[in-house]
Design a protein around this ligand. Structure first.
Ligand code: IMP
Length: 194
């Protein structure tokens, strides 16, 4: 394995994962691989959507690759928005619209517990593997901070008093779901090489 294609068009995810991976492994984005497509997310689970992304790109390129899917699961909303996190407020709506809908649905609700779940799905030498990262935390009552993306302005990870959007990427990576899943990916790839 020399290079892995990361099946995403989300530059925030690329930056976060690259910061964790450093120079240990070479990852290239879809754009860098000259692949200009939006991979569908047609399934009802985060696991299946992550696998859809990696298998889609593997079928297209026959190269080692990985996909990543993430959802925010809120306890008082029975795990919503979950797999629908990207389109919670409807197709084509913004992250701010999604946040507003979530805060609206949590109005008057004291239980603010939630967690992010990331699944990384790897295809290596034609075989599939998956790695999970969970970050527990709470949903704030209002937006705080301007960094990060998605639901970052309303999510405070356990062990911190700041939202992800009030943190640098390096601080977010101390707690984050994506970093935890990426650590497992790195560990797996390192063992394969040794
Ligand atoms: P997807 O994994 O690209 O489908 O993202 C699902 C949704 O969750 C999108 O609305 C993202 O903005 C949001 N999301 C994914 N990862 C994060 C994160 O690390 N922080 C905040 N929101 C995220």
């Amino acid at each position: 394995m020399s290079t892995l294609i990361f099946a995403t068009n989300n530059q925030h995810k690329v930056d976060e994962i690259r910061t964790v991976i450093g120079s240990t492994f070479n990852i290239i984005t879809l754009a860098e691989a000259n692949i200009n497509i939006d991979i569908p997310e047609p399934h009802d689970t985060i696991e299946e959507n992550a696998e859809e992304k990696s298998s889609f790109i593997f079928k297209l390129t026959n190269k080692d690759c990985f996909g990543e899917d993430t959802g925010l699961e809120v306890e008082a909303l029975n795990g919503e928005p979950g797999v629908k996190s990207a389109r919670y407020a409807g197709d084509g709506r913004s992250s701010l619209d999604n946040i507003k809908k979530l805060l609206q649905n949590l109005q008057e609700i004291d239980n603010r517990k939630a967690h992010f779940k990331t699944i990384i799905s790897l295809v290596l030498d034609g075989k599939s593997y998956s790695f999970e990262g969970i970050c527990k935390g709470t949903i704030t009552k209002e937006l705080k901070g301007v960094d990060g993306f998605g639901y970052d302005p309303i999510f405070v990870p356990e062990g911190s008093t700041k939202t992800f959007a009030e943190m640098t990427m390096e601080e977010k990576n101390i707690y984050s779901h994506r970093r935890k899943a990426t650590d497992k990916l790195i560990n797996f790839l390192s063992n394969k090489q040794s």
